[in-house]
Design a protein around this ligand. Structure first.
Ligand code: HEC
Length: 148
């Protein structure tokens, strides 16, 4: 009987701790989206640095990934998710939501413009991807805690 109580309380502990670490919490979803942004940035950054050969299809896949991230990211900061899952979201997202939304729109606009530009050379890629990278940095400066 005592054993059973232990097992049940152990289960309960796991259960109540779940919202903080669940795969579908907003904190985890937004972390995942930013990981996708980074994965999309890697090949494009490599091309711009001359480490990877220019490839129009790969670049386009990255642009589309960014558009998708931009479409979903804004919904993942509901009240009550200011902390948890080791979030790097700054409190300014909640205290200055209009400013955050403006940065998100710049990102979305730049990513959509890059898709529309459909670059076919390294020069064109620079012109299309450069503005997107600026928006990553622009938003992180105000709304992401830099952790080392
Ligand atoms: C509109 C704001 C915004 C834009 C634009 C943005 N980010 Fe982020 N980024 C954030 C925030 C906020 C976090 C912290 C999220 C969290 O931890 O909840 C973050 C976190 C990250 C992380 C760390 C992953 C994590 O969550 O621990 C990486 C990597 C990242 N961003 C890459 C990028 C790249 C690359 C781009 C551009 C292609 C980009 N971001 C554009 C706001 C933004």
């Amino acid at each position: 009987m005592f054993r059973l109580v232990l097992v049940i309380s152990a289960l309960f502990l796991v259960f109540t701790a779940t919202p903080l670490v669940a795969g579908d919490s907003p904190q985890e979803q937004r972390h995942e989206l930013m990981e996708q942004s980074k994965d999309a940035a890697k090949p494009v950054g490599g091309m711009l640095k001359g480490e990877v050969e220019f490839n129009a299809e790969t670049a386009m896949a990255s642009f589309k990934a960014w558009v998708e991230v931009a479409d979903q990211f804004g919904d993942l900061f509901p009240e009550g998710t200011e902390t948890g899952y080791d979030t790097e979201a700054k409190k300014e997202i909640w205290t200055d939501r209009a400013g955050f939304d403006a940065e998100l729109k710049k990102f979305s606009d730049a990513a959509n413009a890059a898709v529309a530009a459909n670059p076919q050379s390294l020069e064109e890629l620079k012109a299309a991807a450069g503005p997107v990278f600026k928006t990553c940095k622009g938003c992180h400066e105000g709304y992401r805690v830099e952790k080392e």
